[in-house]
Design a protein around this ligand. Structure first.
Ligand code: PYC
Length: 456
């Protein structure tokens, strides 16, 4: 590729191959859009499945373990979808491969494996719509890009309105979406019933359904597969993934990041640290001396036994504080609003499950005999305006990709792509310029509360 040729996704080849940030980018290792060959990795295909079946041979491990190096160009704290995607795009788009992802637990064990895997881009602000729509586009092509079946299922997404004020917000969102080229419209109860026959759309319920924001491109995906797909692809490009490696300190000298320390007593030298954690993001930021306007609350979810496919769309009701979708295996996945207190607890509560069951039955009385299998919680870092905090902080070499509230999983790919560009070039990527920490000083908030699935 010549120096003047634009790279993929509009990133310049100077950003990809060398950086104004002093990070050593090189030629890309061969990964690429639309499933270019990933080095050192067995490609998954019908043929390789057949071959492995015939030989009864083991599949190679999806990613390797490595000794921790004394130094890396970039250290990413947090091995969820954001951290893994950033590592992947640093390597794939910018040729920066001397990268470590550190996680205090296991890859995808935090919010990335605890969310309800709903994808959508029907947000309220132009900035939010453009950002999440790029994520949806990346998600749509992810299976091919990563050569990993992430089970994206474009079911369509319905946000129900049970009163005039939410109907007004649905119209508002639909108009903002359309202006950004995103397919959303308000539909009436008759059309809703056709899409989801099991919904009680009659007028004599406690909260009659007046209409819905219908967003056909929305859907669900298999969240673990997304994490594993990015981990495998990042590993294949040379990124080191270190699980059970908790960061306990970030070292700085004269305002510049110089390294991190792990709970195991290791010092890792680096000039660039990305905080891609959820739940503990404000504690990690504190280590670099950066205060975050973030409060952490649990968000609970639950899953039922599998039943035959009957639910053709993701259904959300803000008034009843519930969302529900059916996985390809047939389970119903439910969630609600964040718990009304701050906490780091990831346990489910009886109170939640009782409220959830009552609300689900108001929407779909036919589900009264379904049995719940499991419930759990994840941690949501809520910001004052429900938009994330992304980009470089005043501490040189310290980057933030935090404050995702209840939107984090949806944003994984685009957060990875834009943070990789921001780190590689030293300039905020165009899609994240509104999400900097300094917006709180300037009072230029990006209010996305109105696009929350349910009231929080
Ligand atoms: O914003 O669609 C959403 C959502 C669903 C669950 C958590 N957030």
């Amino acid at each position: 590729m010549s120096a003047s040729e634009p790279g993929r996704n509009g990133s310049s080849s100077s950003a990809r191959n060398g950086t104004s940030n002093g990070l050593s980018g090189g030629a890309r290792n061969g990964s690429g859009p639309s499933g270019g060959a990933l080095p050192r990795t067995a490609r998954y295909s019908a043929f390789s499945l057949f071959k492995h079946g015939l030989r009864a041979s083991e599949w190679p491990r999806a990613w390797r373990t490595h000794p921790i190096r004394d130094s890396y160009d970039v250290v990413i704290i947090g091995g969820g979808v954001h951290g893994l995607a950033t590592a992947y795009y640093l390597a794939a788009n910018h040729g920066i491969t001397n990268v470590a992802v550190l996680d205090k637990g296991y890859l995808g064990g935090g919010g990335s494996g605890r969310n309800t895997a709903i994808l959508r881009s029907n947000y309220l602000t132009p900035e939010g719509v453009a950002f999440y729509d790029r994520s949806l586009e990346l998600y749509r092509n992810l299976a091919t890009e990563l050569n990993f079946n992430v089970m994206f299922s474009r079911k369509g997404h319905l946000t129900l309105a049970h009163n005039d004020s939410s109907l007004r917000t649905m119209h508002w969102r639909a108009e903002v979406n359309k202006l950004q080229g995103v397919d959303s419209s308000v539909i009436d109860p008759g059309e809703i019933k056709k899409l989801v026959p099991y919904l009680d759309t009659s007028a004599d319920t406690r909260y009659p359904i007046l209409g819905a924001l219908y967003h056909p491109p929305g859907g669900i995906i298999r969240h673990d597969a997304v994490n594993w797909g990015y981990a495998r692809a990042a590993d294949a490009l040379g990124v080191h993934l270190h699980q059970q490696t908790e960061v306990v300190a970030i070292e700085t000298a004269k305002g510049e990041v110089t390294g991190v320390r792990t709970a195991g007593g290791r010092r890792i030298a680096t000039g660039t640290v990305l905080n891609a954690t959820a739940g503990w993001s404000s504690l990690i930021s504190d280590m670099a001396g950066v205060r975050m306007p973030v409060q952490t609350s649990p968000l609970q979810a639950a899953v039922t036994e599998p039943v035959r496919p009957f639910l053709n769309a993701v259904v959300v009701s803000g008034t009843l504080h519930v969302y529900v979708s059916q996985t390809d295996r047939g389970e119903l996945v439910f969630g609600a609003s964040v718990d009304p207190f701050t906490s780091y607890s990831m346990r489910g509560s009886l109170d939640f499950i009782e409220g959830l069951a009552g609300h689900v039955l108001e929407l779909m009385p036919g589900l009264s005999r379904m049995r719940l299998l499991r419930q759990w919680a994840g941690l949501c870092d809520m910001t004052p305006d429900y938009s994330p905090i992304m980009g470089r902080t005043p501490g040189n070499g310290f980057y933030e990709d935090v404050g995702w509230g209840t939107y984090g999983f949806k944003a994984g790919p685009v957060a990875g792509e834009t943070m990789a560009e921001t780190i590689a070039t030293g300039q905020p990527a165009a899609l994240i310029t509104s999400f900097g920490l300094d917006r709180f000083e300037r009072g230029e908030l990006v209010g996305e509360k109105g696009a929350a699935a349910v009231g929080h």
